[in-house]
Design a protein around this ligand. Structure first.
Ligand code: ADP
Length: 259
């Protein structure tokens, strides 16, 4: 075990997730983890994106619009969005049993619902739009990273959307409302609230809460998430612009290192 990890475990045992106004990983309360976005990383998919949020590493791939099978599941008026969130067995500390479980079914459902208001499904009756999110490495916030990646992959696939969806979690640790909890903070904190939104209009498309926040803390957390989603939106946009303005097909990168 390295020295940093030992110190972290010691602080967690003492129930100190915040010390001298800083979090264990050195971030301020309102600071995002470093973000890296690469667009068009997969050759076979219609659209794809690799997204890093701190120690989270996520890939999203999009197929479609294509004919929906089985036919009885088609919607005569609009496209059906399928969303599969999956955690790789090697993405967590102890090997995760492969395949769907209750959690991944829930995350897939809420992620799909986070996109339904923005995807112009009525353009493609009877069609399917398939979104696959694979978590390669996890450190809390994987559903938010997956939604950010899926949003960029959908745009990369040319799926018409009213706007991009951006996502982040806020929570409470040691009594403080903070942005973007990491794994240790998520495990030992008091609350975790993932949010997805259309950042330009502040339209919320996903909001979940694990734990307890007062009404005042909820309001503060929401405001924090709105600001962070705007930052993430700018990075998503920049990565897409770079992808489509570069002449090569080798994909594009966009990064934000911690301030
Ligand atoms: P999110 O990743 O969206 O924050 P959760 O709050 O459910 O979702 O999970 C927090 C973290 O807990 C995950 O990012 C992951 O690191 C860890 N985790 C979730 N499910 C498992 C599991 N089945 N086995 C081991 N670790 C897990």
């Amino acid at each position: 075990m390295n020295e940093e990890r030992e110190k972290e475990e010691e602080a967690v045992e003492k129930r100190e997730l915040i010390k001298d106004g800083k979090r264990l990983d050195g971030r301020g309360f309102e600071e995002l983890r470093p973000i890296k976005i690469e667009v068009g990383v997969l050759k076979r998919a219609d659209g794809s994106c690799y997204f890093e949020l701190g120690e989270n590493k996520v890939i999203a791939a999009v197929y479609g619009p294509k004919e929906m099978h089985p036919r009885h599941a088609q919607d005569a008026k609009m496209a059906v969005v399928k969303f599969r969130y999956n955690m790789a067995p090697f993405s967590v500390d102890d090997r995760k049993r492969p395949g769907p479980d209750r959690r991944s079914v829930e995350v897939s459902k809420v992620s799909r619902e986070a996109f339904e208001p923005v995807i112009m499904r009525e353009f493609y009756p009877k069609a399917a739009i398939e979104v696959y999110v694979e978590i390669l490495q996890s450190d809390a916030g994987t559903r938010t990273a997956g939604i950010n990646a899926a949003s960029v992959a959908l745009a990369d696939a040319g799926i018409p959307m009213k706007d991009l969806v951006s996502s982040v979690a806020v929570g409470k640790i040691d009594g403080q409302v903070v942005l973007d909890l990491n794994g240790t903070e998520d495990n030992h904190g008091e609350a975790d609230m993932p949010i997805a939104m259309v950042a330009r209009t502040n339209t919320i498309t996903l909001l979940q809460m694990d734990g307890h926040l007062t009404a005042e803390e909820f309001g503060r957390g929401l405001k924090l998430a709105m600001g962070a989603c705007r930052q993430i939106y700018e990075l998503q946009r920049a990565a897409l612009i770079e992808r489509f303005s570069s002449s090569s097909n080798s994909g594009s990168k966009s990064e934000k290192r911690g301030e």
